[in-house]
Ligand binder design. Structure first.
Ligand code: HAM
Length: 405
């Protein structure tokens, strides 16, 4: 038997939840002024190397990378931001000025070791805002993600940090590199490699002896310049005033290299080790870095599969029709009636003549409101016998009444 690839899942039982999550997230994003953007799943490998960063695990270890028939080095996108930025620059929107906001959703691919909550193909809903330098936008992003989770009735913890800017990050990095140089022997192989390529990522190491050591490490929070410190204080104040509870996690560094200033993650305590349900932050350097006119930007993405188990579908009101024939001759008029009713409401046409009891049972299972059947009497009278499954009432109505003619 051929099965799905390891770490890849069909959306088959969770279809309704998948749709519901997207519907809630999209409705909230639209209220914040975001518009849909769709970018290709395949992009040049260089795009992710330059944006997500060569030293990140995503690019270093997890890319679905291959050479296509034309000899191009391409890969399946591991995340959505890089493609959106590429499209934004390619369309010359960086030159247009003003503020542009986009939302997207779709599959992302990371060749990680599959485990609960960690897939090789997973789906994100993400948003990106370009052209807004203000920390108000950072706060709005966090409020928007919180709004989505609140509407989905998902409990979360919010962690925030500031990753500094071009003024304060380099001296901080130097301080951290000096600290690591004193402890090279004691840190794990991954951290030794990061020490050279991207020292800040060591703070994210899962190794407990590294973590014990990093309790003494210098932290960005103590090295922020006046501007970053002021903005971060403002962000915290805005969250306080909006009654959003957060924790300042001074070791939150994010797994992608493009971030600066505000960074945040939404975490759930109910889904095991892979607990991040959304992550994002500011990335003011990326547009310029990929060849566009320097444009401030901020965004986040949430993992749809990570929240399946946390979402309960709202109970739906019974609605729509079930049309069932008691005699084969009733199939044709009911088929055409279903065509008419579907212009207005959900209609199930049962393509086999059956006993009334079987139709009622099927109608109940489908959750419709009206179960209408046609037998000999109804054929002669050009009518339907209709049971309202909510009111539990029954009556005969003329076909012409339902068909509106
Ligand atoms: P990220 O933190 O790498 O950020 O991913 C965002 C979310 O995707 C995570 O919080 C998690 O819920 C989900 N996720 C990540 N990896 C997996 C996986 N292997 N299996 C299942 N779910 C996963 C980004 O991707 C950034 N592009 C977010 C962003 C947008 N920053 C600015 N704009």
């Amino acid at each position: 038997m051929i099965t799905a690839l390891r770490g890849m899942k069909d959306i088959i039982d969770e279809g309704a939840k998948f749709e519901y999550i997207l519907q809630v997230a999209t409705a909230v994003a639209r209220r914040y002024g975001f518009e849909l953007i769709e970018t290709p799943i395949l992009e040049e490998t260089a795009l992710f190397k330059r944006s997500v960063g060569e030293s990140s695990d995503i690019v270093g270890k997890e890319m679905y990378q291959f050479i296509d028939k034309g000899g191009n080095d391409i890969c399946l996108r591991p995340e959505g931001t890089a493609g959106v930025v590429r499209a934004f620059i390619e369309k010359r929107l960086d030159k247009a000025g003003g503020v542009q906001r986009y939302f997207y959703h779709g599959p992302m691919f990371r060749y990680e070791r599959p485990q609960k909550g960690r897939l090789r193909q997973f789906h994100q809903f993400g948003v990106e805002c370009f052209g807004q330098q203000s920390v108000y936008e950072d706060a709005a992003m966090i409020l928007m993600a919180a709004d989505i989770f609140d509407r989905l009735q998902i409990a979360y913890t919010l962690e925030i940090n500031s990753l500094g800017c071009d003024a304060c990050l380099p001296p901080y990095r130097q301080a951290l590199v000096a600290f690591l140089a004193q402890h090279t022997e004691a840190i794990c192989g991954d951290c030794q490699r990061r020490q050279e390529s991207n020292p800040i990522r060591v703070l994210d190491c899962k190794n407990s002896s590294c973590q014990a050591l990093y309790a003494q490490a210098p932290l960005m929070a103590d090295h922020l310049c006046g501007e970053c410190e002021g903005e971060f204080a403002q962000l915290k104040e805005m969250l306080d005033r909006a009654h959003i509870t957060y924790r300042h996690n001074k070791k939150l560094v994010r797994g992608l290299d493009y971030y600066n200033k505000s960074a945040f993650e939404f975490v759930s305590a109910e889904i095991g080790a892979q607990s991040a349900i959304a992550g994002g932050g500011r990335y003011d350097r990326l547009v310029g870095f990929l060849g566009g006119r320097p444009t401030p930007a901020v965004g986040f993405a949430l993992g749809i599969e990570r929240i399946y188990d946390l979402v309960s579908l709202p109970s739906v009101q019974r609605g729509g029709w079930y049309l069932g024939a008691l005699e084969p001759e009733a199939l044709e008029p009911l088929f055409f009636l279903s065509h008419t009713l579907r212009q207005q409401s959900y209609t199930h046409f049962s393509a086999e003549a059956k006993k009334l009891k079987a139709h009622l049972k099927a109608a109940d299972r489908l959750g419709v409101r009206y179960c209408a059947v046609m037998g000999e009497t109804e054929l002669a009278q050009k009518s339907l016998w209709v049971k309202d499954l909510v009111e539990k009432s029954e009556k005969h109505i003329l076909l012409s009444e339902v068909q509106g003619g």
